[in-house]
Every structure is written in C-alpha cells, then in structure tokens.
Design a binder for this molecule. Structure first.
Ligand code: SF4
Length: 260
C-alpha cells in the first residue's frame, strides 16, 4: 500500500524552505535514542504506517512546526556541556529521511561546533541524498521492523527492501550502526523470522549494538485523541518468556544485544 499524496508532500518537505526543519517536538537530556545524554529532535512526517506507532501525531507530513536550523544548532550548543563524551544530538521522528537535505545542513553545522550526530530512521529511502546525509551522521539507529517483506507490509504499509539496502550501504561505509527491533506479540515475535532477522545481520561488522524494544501501550491515548483506528488497542506487551526467547535467538548470532 503506497501513499502517493504523502509522497508528493514528502518530496516537498525535503526541498521547501531549506533553512527550516519541520519538527514535532524537542527533548532535552534524552537517554533513549543513542549513546549518552542527547538533545532529541523529533521531526514531523512519516510514510510508514506502523500498526504499533507510539507517535501517530508525527505522521502527517503537513503538521508540526517549522523551526530554523540555526535555532536548533544554538539550542544544541547551549546544551553541549551536558552531552559529555558520548552524547550529542539525535534526530528521530516521524521519519527524518524525508528532510534529508536539510538534515545534512543541520549535521554539518553540528559537526562544525563539535557535536556528535545520530539519526534514528526506518530506512525508507536509500539514494544519493541519503548517502550524503549519512556521511555526516556519526551513528545511525536503524529500525528493521520485520525481515519478511509480506509481514513488513502488514506491519508498516510498505516494503522492507529499502531498509535492508540502506543497512547494506551503511555496512559498506564501515561507519557505525545500531539496529532496533520492536517486539510485538503476534506480529514480530515469530521464532523463525526472529532467527532469520538475526542471521541476516550476523556478518555485519558495523553493528555495534542491537536493541529489542518490547511493545507497550504508551501511545494508545494519542491514537484515540486523533480519532485514528488503532488495531492494537487490546494487545498486551510481550511476556517475559517471549522477550527472553527473542533475546536468546538474537544473541546466538549478534553481539551486544540489549533488551530495553
Ligand atoms: S516509522 Fe516510526 S513514526 Fe513512522 S509509523 Fe513507524 S513507528 Fe511511527
């Protein structure tokens, strides 16, 4: 299932007003999206429609607020003293790659003042502009939501092909990457696919860490307040047994697997 209208709007998002990013919100002292203490910029707009999305209010590519890139850099500089040696700025979403050219500018400016850059993405796009952005990205947090393309479609509305290709591209650059996997009962916890996912990445040299993120209902109220159909409204979080089983399968093939 594709979203042509969103695609057109998303293409505009990348080029309109090159000095401003369309953002949803900002978090200071974030500790969940990348190493150390970070300023997290949640950008607006996403073309995936993950059934478990915790931030459905970030999906609309026309929503959010336009904020000057220079203003975001200024804020990051003010917080730089708290970042320590591992922290910095993470751009999350929504889906950052929709504003890839502007993010390249943002990341270059952050590097000019010695601030570490991290990109949290679903890997929906894999093209020259994205590769240019990745040159200025110290760490990519790549969400590989399902290894089976049919299930990936069911889960997100779109294919996993670009995401897997982007992982391969990042591997070819030798620059670091973390992988993330949201564990959703009945959707992403199938043993054979968990095994296939882990095997797919077992020879990657750039994967420094793998995070398993168990599904929870924190975003439920947002779906309800937006009047959107939330198909997982009655779903429980994964059991301890399933979480442990997934951790064990991943750990057979991959190093530094963390259950969040
Ligand atoms: S990729 Fe992220 S922001 Fe987009 S729908 Fe999925 S969970 Fe939500």
């Amino acid at each position: 299932m594709y979203f042509p209208l969103q695609d057109i709007e998303a293409a505009k998002l990348n080029v309109d007003d090159p000095d401003h990013l369309r953002i949803h919100s900002l978090e200071t002292f974030g500790t969940h999206d990348g190493p150390g203490i970070r300023m997290v910029v949640f950008v607006q707009g996403c073309q995936f429609r993950c059934v478990y999305c915790q931030n459905p209010d970030t999906l609309d590519v026309k929503g959010g607020t336009l904020v000057a890139i220079d203003e975001l850099v200024k804020r990051a500089i003010r917080q730089k003293g708290f970042f320590g040696k591992d922290g910095g700025v993470t751009v999350s979403g929504g889906e950052p790659l929709l504003q890839r050219s502007k993010l390249k500018t943002f990341f270059i400016k952050l590097h000019e003042v010695g601030i570490n850059t991290c990109l949290d993405t679903n890997g929906r796009l894999n093209n020259e502009e994205v590769h240019e952005l990745l040159e200025h990205t110290d760490l990519i947090l790549l969400d590989v939501k399902h290894i089976n393309d049919e299930w990936h479609h069911k889960l997100t509305g779109l294919t996993n092909k670009n995401t897997l290709a982007l992982a391969e591209y990042r591997e070819s650059t030798g620059k670091p990457m973390w992988l993330r996997y949201v564990l959703v009962p009945g959707w992403t916890d199938q043993e054979e696919y968990v095994e296939e996912w882990a095997r797919h990445f077992k020879d990657y040299k750039t994967v420094q860490r793998v995070e398993i993120l168990p599904f929870h209902q924190y975003g439920k109220h947002k779906w309800e307040s937006l009047g959107m159909n939330y198909v997982l409204k009655d779903l429980e979080s994964p059991t301890e047994e399933v979480k442990q089983r997934t951790l064990n399968i991943f750990s057979k093939y991959l190093n530094n697997v963390v259950l969040k």
